[in-house]
Design a protein around this ligand. Structure first.
Ligand code: NDP
Length: 515
């Protein structure tokens, strides 16, 4: 009997033992910065000599590792290995496959501090954000393992006289898994774990900003006993090998999380038939967001201010679920802005290896540049009331920035900036606030703060987002509790961490035997 799924509890770093463990993990990770990482194909290390360095965004010059990069040749090599491995892995009893990923979860628990420390350094997550990422990765493995057991059970069908009927779920084939850098362990683990436990084999191309964390997953699965060729690790530039990987005639599915632009390109390429291809490729794409929090005049203002501050600036606003628009009822507008600015002034910004800093640097120089360009646009579209500049020069810092009086159709309100830049908009009533919130091509997360039951009912009906939160912030989805994924340009309507997700990596075979 397997125990019921439970979410992993977060660590409390005010507890001395946890703090010390994290500090020594940070030292341990920093001591490995000279390490060179190979590709991992068919259970073997592969070195190409084409190298990429990974850096700490909070300390621009600190190298965290050097990575061999895949080209087309290595994609082909990995594809052949994955095709071979698929012929046996697909037939492994789903229970055995689940055991491998449960073991991987156990290894992650053992390496928890190291994984989180690496995210502090490679992605610029503060300690709690990094721990949340590791906890979510563990949850994905535990959840999808149980889901595979559920799908491998006998499925309910309508009985037919004189026939024995069954429906079984079988894997798809070789998948390309292409994760982003912003949840460098959780999303990468979720996408990879789901594909593998379902019986597929994988070509994993990590995001170029966070390859060190991606490599840890490979080590973990190796230790958990995953057979060679089931998971092949091929870091490489998305623009160089991405198209080749997606268009490859033997790629059966693409599991992608990232920007709208890349997601749409993948969707288009995958829809084009390549010579020799014998299936319609499946694309699972989880894309961007322009998420809004609506604050009504009946709201608990203190809770709303806190919720907006955390959702807008947690992990520097670099979450697909981050609040990038606050839409506020005119009656409380000025008071809300004043209190929000006061709250945001308390945010500490600096290298997050130091636990005293809550906000770290943004991921890289081009992200910082893009944010500064949006800040310049914001100065034309609204009134700057907080931030609006770079932070300490040692890293790619952008101070938490708030613009008020931004129109609902301004660029700042419509385009995903993916950084600590918040647009605040005034609405004359709740209905207009909801209309503004929906006036975006995305539909990922949203929140509403109100004490009015009728408005809650209205928001539940009309706020068109995949993840709606009432009287709480719009970030922080939990596996199994808040199945995650959005509408419209936010993706292909999948729900990571939900009961439908594993189906995306499976196909159903219905069998009838005449008796
Ligand atoms: P990108 O779209 O830039 O990159 C995502 C991944 O795609 C990376 O591994 C990247 O590789 C790869 N890639 C780039 N070009 C191609 C290509 N032509 N073909 C195939 N793969 C390619 O997104 P970011 O990593 O910057 O992530 C941020 C985005 O992700 C935001 O838009 C955010 O909203 C979204 N996101 C959505 C989530 C959701 O659940 N809906 C969750 C988390 C993030 P490389 O790094 O080498 O360029």
């Amino acid at each position: 009997m397997i125990s019921e799924f439970k979410n992993t509890a977060y660590l409390d770093y005010s507890v001395e033992a946890n703090r010390q463990a994290m500090e020594s993990a940070l030292k341990q990770v920093e001591a490995q910065t000279a390490r060179e990482y190979p590709l991992f194909i068919d259970g073997k290390d592969v070195r190409t000599g084409e190298l990429l360095k990974s850096y700490n965004p909070c300390e621009k010059t600190q190298v965290l590792g050097t990575f061999h990069m895949a080209g087309r040749k290595e994609v082909d090599l990995a594809m052949q290995a994955a095709l071979r491995a698929f012929e046996s892995w697909r037939h492994v009893d789903p229970k055995e496959r689940a055991i491998v990923i449960f073991k991987a979860a156990e290894i992650m628990r053992r390496r928890r501090h190291e994984l989180s420390a690496l995210m502090v350094l490679e992605a610029g997550k503060n300690w709690n954000e990094a721990d949340g990422d590791t906890a979510e990765a563990i949850d994905f493995l535990e959840f999808y393992g149980r889901e595979m057991l559920r799908y491998s059970d006998r499925q309910p069908l309508v009985p037919a006289a004189g026939e024995f009927v069954e429906q079984i779920y079988i894997p798809l084939g070789v998948g390309a898994v292409i994760p982003p850098w912003n949840f460098p362990l959780a999303i990468l683990t979720g996408m990879t774990g789901a594909a593998i436990v379902a019986g597929n084999t994988v070509l994993l191309k990590p995001a170029s900003d966070t390859p060190a964390i991606g490599y840890r997953l490979v080590e973990i699965f190796q230790e958990a006993g995953l057979p060679p060729g089931v998971l092949n690790y091929i870091p490489g530039s998305g623009s160089k090998i991405g198209d080749y990987l997606v268009a490859h005639p033997q790629t059966r599915f693409i599991s992608f999380t990232g920007s709208k632009e890349v997601g749409l390109r993948i969707n288009q390429l995958a829809a084009t038939h390549s010579p020799g291809q014998i299936w319609v490729k499946r694309v699972i794409a989880e894309m961007g967001g322009k998420d809004a929090i609506v604050v009504d005049d009946t709201a608990d203002l203190a809770a709303a201010v806190e919720g907006v501050a955390l959702a807008a600036f947690g992990f520097q606003g670099q979450k697909c679920s981050a609040c990038s628009r606050a839409i506020i009822h005119e009656k409380i507008y000025e008071e809300f802005v004043e209190r929000l600015v006061a709250r945001v002034r308390k945010i500490t910004t600096g290298p997050v290896a130091d636990r005293a800093n809550w906000m770290g640097a943004v991921i890289n120089a081009s992200a910082q540049q893009k944010m500064l360009e949006y800040i310049a646009i914001g100065k034309r579209e609204g009134q700057l009331v907080s931030g609006g500049e770079k932070g300490p020069e040692a890293g790619y810092f952008v101070m938490p920035t708030i613009f008020k009086d931004v129109a609902a159709n301004a660029r700042l309100s419509c385009e995903e900036i993916f950084g600590p830049v918040l647009a605040v908009t005034k609405a004359k009533d709740f209905e207009q606030a909801l209309a503004f919130a929906n006036a975006t091509e995305y539909g990922l997360t949203g929140a509403v703060y109100t004490r009015d039951r009728d408005k809650i009912v209205l928001a539940k009906r009309d706020f068109h987002v995949g993840n709606l939160y009432i009287n709480r912030k719009c970030t922080g989805a939990l596996v199994g509790v808040n199945p995650f994924g959005g509408f419209n340009m936010s993706g292909t309507d999948s729900k990571a961490g939900g009961r439908d997700y594993l189906l995306l990596f499976l196909q159903a075979k219905a069998i009838a035997e005449k008796l």
